[in-house]
Design a protein around this ligand. Structure first.
Ligand code: ADP
Ligand code: MG
Length: 323
């Protein structure tokens, strides 16, 4: 199978939302009047982000999901994607499953694949996503204000707990592992939430590297600090059984790959946030507050209060490829 057959067979679909899609030297895209384009790119490498023998359908899903999560955190509506692939060899069964996983999530969110690149090499996947947001309405990391509430969607830590199980650091039952692995392999990007947070949230980030690390970016960009209430951090029933142990604590505070949204909003928006939670059928939990001042005596901008009122001694923060 030639490179061009491969592209035609697995990655060429109708793209009615683009002026021009796959097949020429570049795609042609037009954003609606009054909108601006939000663009983001994420790379997944075998060995770093996934196991080389990972289920290709799930990889197709995840490679797009992590990008949709970034647009969700901007409050942008996803529209188009580019897919750049390096493949050790053109394995048709793998490509069939990978593209099925990719397109099933793309279809759910109205995303059209408009181009990419395909080369031979160690398995790696890079998706670039493009979406639309009304001019000036994008949700940024920099808007948090002292006094704002801090919220998080869904639950935290399951993906990291599944990974810990795979790494032999914890022994989950089959049922427990299945529940957590779903979060690791098939994250559900919070696109609908991002859209309705426009005009309500003061800052938003998606939790891809761990709550403390990602909230830390909001704090840094906004020039503020935070106080979190550990007991309030929302977890699944499975993680609940581990939350008080060091590993569970690490998963909740510093585990990556959850792809929930962490956001801040003025106290006056509590009713609106609750209404959104109802409307979307998605738990939104208040986990702390933004405070003025950017760091304590140890240089930490975020403190975590335990149930007995003491401040947790936090060593971990999140995943950093270069740390
Ligand atoms: P060029 O050599 O001009 O870069 P390519 O041969 O790489 O063109 O690509 C031909 C067309 O196929 C282009 O429209 C490109 O965007 C598209 N394409 C290549 N790889 C992929 C892929 N993995 N998914 C979707 N479109 C792709
Ligand atoms: Mg090319």
């Amino acid at each position: 199978m030639s490179e061009f057959d491969l592209i035609r067979r697995y990655f060429t679909r109708a793209t009615p939302g683009a002026e021009l899609g796959v097949g020429d030297d570049a795609a042609l895209l037009r954003v609606a009047p009054g909108m601006e384009m939000a663009v983001s790119s994420d790379m997944l490498l075998a060995g770093t982000h996934f196991f080389a023998d990972a289920d290709p359908f799930m990889l197709g899903h995840k490679s797009l999901a992590v990008n949709l999560s970034d647009l969700a955190a901007m409050g942008a509506r996803p529209r188009w994607a580019l897919l750049s692939l390096a493949l050790p060899q053109p394995d048709e069964a793998w490509l069939q499953q990978f593209s099925a996983g990719f397109f099933s999530l793309a279809d759910q969110h109205g995303v059209e694949l408009v181009g990419g690149d395909t080369t031979r090499g160690p398995l790696s996947l890079c998706v670039t996503i493009m979406g639309e947001v009304p001019q000036g309405a994008a949700l940024r990391r920099s808007g948090a204000q002292a006094g704002d509430d801090i919220w998080v969607s869904g639950t935290l830590g399951d993906a990291a707990l599944a990974l810990a199980h795979l790494q032999g650091k914890v022994q989950l039952t089959e049922g427990e592992f299945a529940a957590c692995a779903q979060r690791l392999h098939r994250p559900e990007p919070r696109v609908a939430l991002g859209l309705v947070l426009r005009g309500i949230a003061s800052s938003v980030i998606d939790v891809s590297d761990g709550l403390l690390a990602d909230l830390g970016h909001i704090l840094e960009c906004s020039g503020v600090g935070a106080e979190l209430d550990f007991a309030a951090l929302p977890v699944s029933p499975v993680l609940g059984g581990h939350k008080s142990q060091p590993l569970g604590r690490h998963c909740v505070l510093a585990g990556g790959d959850d792809y929930e949204l962490c956001f801040t909003a003025p106290v006056s928006q509590r009713g609106a946030v609750s209404a959104i939670s109802q409307q979307l059928g998605l738990p939104l939990t208040r986990i702390g507050s933004i405070v003025s001042g950017t760091s304590d005596i140890l240089g930490r901008s975020c403190s975590v209060r335990t149930e007995d009122g003491s401040i947790m001694n936090i060593m971990e923060s999140g995943y950093d490829h270069f740390a």
